[in-house]
Write a protein that binds this ligand. Structure first.
Ligand code: NAD
Length: 474
């Protein structure tokens, strides 16, 4: 299943890092050693980028229909290995097999959606002021794409980037999270098996500041597509910006879910639980702020906390992540916040934090604006809709937002005025599907949308082609 060592995958071959070094990767669920990961650096990145540069022109020569057919083969092959992939994802992330299966299915569906785009891949025609001139706009590949991903939904994060990147005629170098090397390696293996040419999909494993930074700095990379934290994203944008490379950043969130006085409280509690704690709260779209009208606050709190006390959120990814979360909870308490449930490490091996609910935290406290990326949420009490909306928008991030209300007027005003890339009415702060563009405003990203046809804009460039159809007459 998971090999004892997870190597790089360059030019169609599995290779160790040039350094010969390996990093230990532990199981979040019990802390035991799971595998060892190639510790790559600049030399490995250089080899992978060179392989991608060699492979890309011939890949781009194929029709987009043919590339789409290979993406479909890839999705079919992944579907055949669904159980194996799900087990790998569950082992390396610590999430349940059920969640891992859902993620694997989402990655496969993304493959089918992107494959279909090979049959559309529409360009445009436009008018021209000059007679006898035909103008069309067509998509062109960008070149070599560096894809840097986070650990939280490793297979889906990789699928969202690799499928559209190769459909559009790019070759890619993927740097998965050091916490989730095995699912990315398995995907590269399946690419080879279905006939994606060597060098089109390369994987360089390793640490962010080593393998990741070398990839960002490599002048042979034309496009950087990154999913991860705002801190890393800012550094990538600055570094790649110096050579004016194209950069797509999908970053964090501090997503708010509003519970109005006319909400169905049962639905609001269910949505809040799943939004705050599923995948151990390690979701960019997790509801880390729950904003409740004063008149229903106490009833909501009672019902939500009693469910949260029984909620098994799952382990977080690593010891350092757990310690960072515990520090944040202690800081919130020091600032006057109260822990209503959870707040402590569970007494078992691995990195388990009980689902944690806080209240009484000031909206301008650090913990109210910093993304925690764990099973911790904060309740805020507000007078009315205007105060709720102001609190929702009082955030450096703007990824997703949700409101629970029976009022169509409130729902529509919220949809219009919440500063977020995704808004949900009477549901959780999630709900993305392969055909829906996903991304945020403010520090949640740089304006791109991944998934959907919008993803094609990340991985292709528009070219306007002017043809003078009758030169003798102009
Ligand atoms: P992270 O920024 O620590 O790491 C993300 C990736 O970047 C990893 O592969 C890491 O090795 C690499 N990296 C780290 N430092 C680097 C550097 N200097 N140069 C190049 N690469 C480097 O983030 P994480 O902890 O893996 O993921 C959590 C974050 O991801 C959260 O902020 C979450 O909201 C965000 N996220 C966003 C989305 C989205 O679609 N918006 C989806 C999932 C996760």
């Amino acid at each position: 299943m998971i090999p004892e060592q997870v190597p790089n995958h360059v030019d169609g071959d599995d290779v160790p890092a040039a350094s010969g070094e390996w990093i230990d990767k532990h199981r979040p669920a019990d802390g035991s050693l799971l595998t060892r990961v190639a510790r790559s650096g600049a030399a490995d990145v250089a080899a992978a980028v060179a392989a991608a540069r060699r492979a890309q022109p011939a890949w781009a020569e194929r029709t987009v229909v043919a590339r789409g057919e290979l993406v479909r083969e890839l999705a079919l092959a992944l579907r055949e290995r669904r159980e194996e992939l799900s087990e790998v994802v569950a082992a390396e992330t610590g999430k349940s097999l059920e969640l891992a299966r859902g993620e694997t299915d989402a990655a496969i569906e993304m493959g089918f959606f992107v494959a279909g785009e090979g049959r559309r891949y529409y360009g445009r025609t436009t008018t021209a002021s000059m007679a006898h001139r035909t103008v069309t706009a067509v998509r062109q590949p960008v070149g070599v794409a560096a894809l840097v991903t986070s650990f939280n939904t490793p297979l889906a994060n990789v699928a969202w980037k690799v499928f559209p990147a190769i459909l559009c005629g790019n070759a890619c170098v993927l740097k998965p999270s050091e916490h989730t090397p095995a699912s990315a390696h398995l995907l590269a293996t399946v690419c080879c098996k279905v006939g994606v040419p060597a060098g089109v999909v390369n994987v360089v494993q390793g640490l962010g500041p080593e393998a990741g930074a070398a990839l960002v700095e490599h002048p042979g990379v034309d496009l950087l597509s990154f999913t991860g934290s705002a801190t890393t994203g800012r550094w990538i944008n600055e570094t790649a910006g110096r050579r004016l490379a194209k950069v797509c950043l999908e970053l964090g969130g501090k997503n708010a879910l509003v519970v109005c006085d006319d909400a169905d409280l049962g639905g609001a509690v269910r949505s809040s639980l799943a939004s705050a704690f599923s995948n151990a709260g390690q979701r960019c779209a997790s509801a880390s702020r729950i904003v409740v009208f004063d008149s229903v606050y106490d009833e909501f709190l009672g019902r939500f906390v009693s469910e949260a006390e029984r909620y098994e959120a799952g382990p977080v990814i690593a010891e350092a992540a757990l310690e960072r979360l515990l520090d944040a909870v202690r800081a919130a308490e020091a600032g006057g916040g109260r822990v209503l449930c959870g707040g402590d490490r569970l007494d078992r091996p691995g990195w388990w934090l009980a689902a944690t609910v806080l209240e009484g935290v000031a909206p301008d406290a650090d913990v109210s604006s910093t993304e925690l990326f764990g099973p911790v949420t904060i309740l805020y009490r507000v007078r009315d809709f205007d105060e709720a909306l102001a609190l929702v928008n009082d955030s450096p991030y703007g990824l997703t937002a949700a409101i629970h209300t029976a009022s169509v007027h409130r729902a529509m005003r919220f949809a219009d005025q919440a500063q977020a890339g995704v808004v949900v009415v009477n549901g959780g702060t999630h709900g993305s599907e392969p055909h829906m563009g996903f991304g945020g405003v403010k520090q949640s990203g740089t304006g791109w949308r991944e998934a959907g046809v919008e993803a094609l804009d990340v991985y292709s460039e528009w070219k306007y082609v002017n043809v003078i159809t009758d030169p003798a007459r102009i």
